[in-house]
Design a protein around this ligand. Structure first.
Ligand SMILES: Nc1nc2c(ncn2[C@@H]2O[C@H](COP(=O)(O)OP(=O)(O)OP(=O)(O)O)[C@@H](O)[C@H]2O)c(=O)[nH]1
Ligand SMILES: [Mg+2]
Length: 320
């Protein structure tokens, strides 16, 4: 598992940046809640307003209803006496939803390399996530190889090679237009021959609605299975948080087609309000492995539910 040996200062820096970047100066949740209940009195009207806030923050209608129903019970039990109590109740409700998907990626001992297949729509951050992950794994003392399975976009191989060079990691590539399954299959052989611990396989971006391209990914999975029936060991979907509810639709379709084992959510530093993680956790229940808040390698870290909820709820003053 990674992150264990991580220096606490490093993690602290990430949490600070997460708070600052996800809120862009002031938490939409805390700020708006304070304005909704200026007198501090919490009633059904305040919860109604909170419901709209959550839906607008990409939490989705179903997941929002779950949160509001939970708060209504607390209200009925007279637990929501003031704004602070509401915030605490909300915090607990959000943590209940997110805690089950806080399952870190564990690299198991496998017969051949541990294979991570990276999938997602165009521009979600697959190649960048591979680069950041390669760096983490190397820092953790693992040997890593990259497979340039995006044979569609000419610049994709170069982009991967640049990450490979920066981190001193071998990249297995073929000519443009080659069959991605063949590239990844050959890379598996190379990784096996060199005794590499982890093989990270890039793929071209595709829309969940492009049936032919989704089949291509299923083929990559099948072909890998011929060498090692337990591979790929991780099918990781990379999701751009700024795509809002569309990211949930993507996740559902990719999960149906491939059986996802992990999700990385990128670009939480953009305009995204972060509610998409709640929707994913509540509806899909697929582990959220990492979250990304920027382009640098240290801007991607393992997902920790309580840290994330604290960042959502942090007020301006707390961000320092
Ligand atoms: N701000 C920000 N940018 C990110 C993050 N993750 C990735 N990016 C940027 O998003 C852009 C697209 O990233 P790629 O890794 O090329 O995305 P991809 O999914 O491989 O794209 P295709 O190969 O075209 O499908 C790059 O400019 C990345 O630097 C993040 O967490 N925050
Ligand atoms: Mg790419």
């Amino acid at each position: 598992m990674f992150g264990k040996k991580e220096k606490p200062e490093k993690r602290e820096g990430f949490v600070k940046r997460l708070r600052a970047r996800i809120n862009r100066g002031n938490s939409w949740l805390t700020y708006d809640l304070a304005n909704l209940a200026p007198g501090g009195k919490i009633d059904e009207d305040v919860l109604d307003e909170l419901e709209s806030l959550l839906v607008m923050a990409d939490v989705g209608v179903e997941t929002t209803e779950r949160i509001i129903a939970d708060l209504q019970k607390r209200l009925a039990r007279k637990e929501l006496k003031d704004l602070e109590a509401l915030q605490n109740g909300l915090r607990k409700s959000l943590c209940d939803i997110l805690a089950p998907v806080e399952v870190p990626l564990a690299i198991r001992q496998t017969d051949g390399p541990f294979v991570i297949l990276m999938v997602g729509v165009n521009g979600a951050g697959k190649t960048t996530t591979i680069g950041k992950l390669a760096r983490r794994l190397k820092d953790d003392g693992r040997s890593v190889m990259l497979a340039a399975g995006d044979t569609f976009r000419a610049a994709a191989v170069e982009q991967l090679q640049a990450w490979g060079e920066r981190n001193d990691v071998a990249v297995i590539a073929q000519q443009a237009g080659a069959d991605p399954a063949a590239v990844i299959f050959d890379a598996w052989d190379a990784a096996r021959a060199r005794g590499v611990d982890v093989l990270l396989a890039d793929t071209a971006g595709r829309l969940q609605s492009q049936a032919g391209l989704m089949d291509e990914l299923a083929k990559v999975k099948r072909v890998l299975g011929r060498r090692d029936e337990t591979a790929p060991h991780e099918v990781m979907l990379v999701l751009d948080a700024s795509q809002g509810q569309n990211a949930l639709v993507q996740a559902e379709k990719f999960h149906e087609a491939l059986g996802l084992t992990g999700i990385t959510v990128t670009k939480l530093d953009g305009g995204a309000k972060g509610g998409i993680l709640l929707a994913i956790a509540n509806k899909l229940k697929v582990p959220v492995r990492f979250i990304g808040i920027g382009e640098a390698a240290e801007d991607m870290q393992p997902f920790v539910a309580t840290e994330f909820v604290d960042a959502l709820l942090a007020s301006g003053e707390q961000q320092g």
